[in-house]
Each structure stands twice: as structure tokens, then as C-alpha cells.
Write a protein that binds this ligand. Sequence first.
Ligand SMILES: NC(=O)c1ccc[n+]([C@@H]2O[C@H](COP(=O)([O-])OP(=O)(O)OC[C@H]3O[C@@H](n4cnc5c(N)ncnc54)[C@H](O)[C@@H]3O)[C@@H](O)[C@H]2O)c1
Length: 344
Amino acid sequence: MNFGIIGCGVIAFTHASALKQLASEGCCLYGCCDVDREKAEAYAQDHGVKKVYPDYHAMLADPEIDIVCVCVPSGLHGQVVMDAARAGKAIVCEKPMEITPEKIEEVIRVVRASGVKMQCIFQRRLMPVAIALKELIAQGALGRICMAEARLNYYRDQAYYNSAGWRGTWDLDGGGALMNQGVHGIDLILWMLGGQIDTLYGKAATLCRDIPVEDTAAALIRMKDGALCVIEGATIAYPGYSSTFTVYGEKGTVSFDDQHIIAWNFIDQENAPLRPDLGSDVVGGAKNPIDIGIYGHICLLRDIAQAVRDDRAPMLPPEEAALAVKVICAVYESTKAGLPVKFQ
Ligand SMILES: NC(=O)c1ccc[n+]([C@@H]2O[C@H](COP(=O)([O-])OP(=O)(O)OC[C@H]3O[C@@H](n4cnc5c(N)ncnc54)[C@H](O)[C@@H]3O)[C@@H](O)[C@H]2O)c1
């Protein structure tokens, strides 16, 4: 499978490292492009990429390319994905898939009409403890779920926002602490809980950074089954904390962060489910966006390659990636209106 990278910035390095690990499974980092040609040339040199294209349209026109990885700023994802779909390429799209629910719907329509396969990136979904907790909730091992928390408290200084013109902007980042960083954890907690939202009340604020989008936010979500879910998201939390997820059920409590299981407490402790093995990967990113684990990307890139070969659906199709963005946009809407947002 020949992969092409569109956008050779920070996250493109994670894609290159993941593809290197998948070389023995037939995955090849074949091509790359960037609007900054020098950046693309340097990236190609660093990672042994065979071909540098003048722009992504030239890459999409090359029959040698099987799968493209969309690693451009978030507000450009939709256009690139739709062009790739129309060109018949399989697609990997970085988070967030797009920055509004309306754009996401349009992308999904085009991808479905073209029949190509698309994998979205939410690497935390590959965390063994998250997979285990989702299963426990679904099986009822925690009983009725009453409350859940996702604490997504990152640190990004002003220099981070100044490092690329699109960071912290409405039109290209789509938001701030929630849309860029917190989106991972919002996806994860809602995925584990089953995603059935009734109402959301949120507040987003810009308190420390010189940016138009939020650096501090909180939301309270009522799930359809009555459970309450509290979300905190920030980029002002010095020095940056491991994202922490806690689910309180009537039969017990499970809590974990990027590296640890913090609580695995069951009222019937003797018959408690086995604690999952955490593996060696640290999801990371709390202090520095470059410092993230690679395990999730390896799994998701391997999966799309296998999905194309076997003609099956990939693990994380675009329909799955829509909810977190819908929730974040609802926090913005609730902030403006000072009112709760009702979900269908
Ligand atoms: N999964 C994760 O943990 C994770 C981590 C970081 C970033 N991301 C996501 O990846 C995306 C990129 O983020 P980044 O931090 O790598 O940004 P970046 O600014 O470092 O890199 C983006 C690159 O895209 C290039 N680009 C812009 N328009 C282009 C176009 N039309 N064609 C080709 N290249 C173009 C830019 O020149 C730049 O080199 C964002 O959507 C971000 O949310 C995901």
C-alpha cells in the first residue's frame, strides 16, 4: 500500500514513524506534499520518501498512491478529503475530521457517494483500558452509570499559538482548547459511555492567551440514560496534566489517565473484572504536542491498509468522528446563548 502525506508539519512525523513500523506489513511512505515546498523536500529527505508532489492535486492524480493521510490544518480537512474521495483514494484524516457538524455531514456525503474507505484518527480509542472500560459499561459490569468526568487540562503557551498562523483561529483551528486538544478526550469519554446525549450546558472562555478562541472551558452533559458527564478542557493548565477519565457506576468506579489506572474499584471486589494490561505506550501530549505516543496511529494506519486489501470497513469511519465536534460546537453555542443545547 503506497501512502501519501498531505501536509508535512508536526503530526506528519507521527505518521512517518508509524508507517516505518508497518513497512514489513507492506505499507510504504511513498509520497508527500506541502504548500511549503522546502518543508516537503526536508520531510522526504528525513523519512526516505520516494516522491515529492508540487501540490496535493498532483498526488491525487498519481495512480501509484493508494491511501492519503490528511495532515493539513483542521479547517482544510474537508476540502482535501472530498477531493481525495472524488479521486478514488482511500483516506486517513487527522482529528478533528472537520470543524463544524455541517462540514462533517457534507464530507460524509461525498465519501459515501464515492465509495472510498476513510479512517479518522482518534488514537486514544486504542488505549487498552478505554477498550476494557467501554466493554464493562456495555455489559453492565458497573451497573447503572451515574456520573463521568473527563479532565482535559493541557498546557500550550503563547509561543505555541504563534508557531503557525492557523493555531487558535476560528476558521482553521475551529476553536481552541476543546477543538484542538480536548477533542481527543471528549471523543473518548462519549465513546465509552455510548454517545447518547440528551442535553449539554457549556461555557468557553479566553482568559490567558492572546487568541480569539477558548483557552478554558467546561461542560455538563446529561446523557439520555440520565448519567451526568462533566468535561473540563484547557490549555492554560501549567505544566500540562495527563488527561483523566473517571466513570462512576452503581457497582463501582474506574478511573485512568495517560499512563495509569487510578481506580479499579468494584463493590464486589472478589469478582471484579481483570485489570487490563496498559501496554508500554503513553498517549501523552499534555505538555507538548510533539510528545505523543505512536501506538494508536500504528493501529489505525494498519487497519486502513487491511480494510482496503480486504474490502471491509475501517475501524473508525467518519460517522464515528462526528460526535465530538458536534459536542464542542454545542459548547460554543451554549456559551453564546447562555442556554443549554438539546440533542436529538
Ligand atoms: N492526532 C494527534 O494527536 C494530532 C496531533 C497534532 C496535530 N493533529 C492534527 O493534525 C493537523 C495538522 O496539525 P500540525 O500540528 O501537524 O500542523 P502544522 O502546522 O505543524 O502542519 C500542517 C502543515 O500543512 C501544510 N499545509 C497547509 N495547507 C496545505 C495544503 N493545502 N496542501 C498541503 N499542505 C498544506 C502546512 O504548510 C504545514 O506544514 C491538525 O488538524 C491537527 O489537529 C493531530
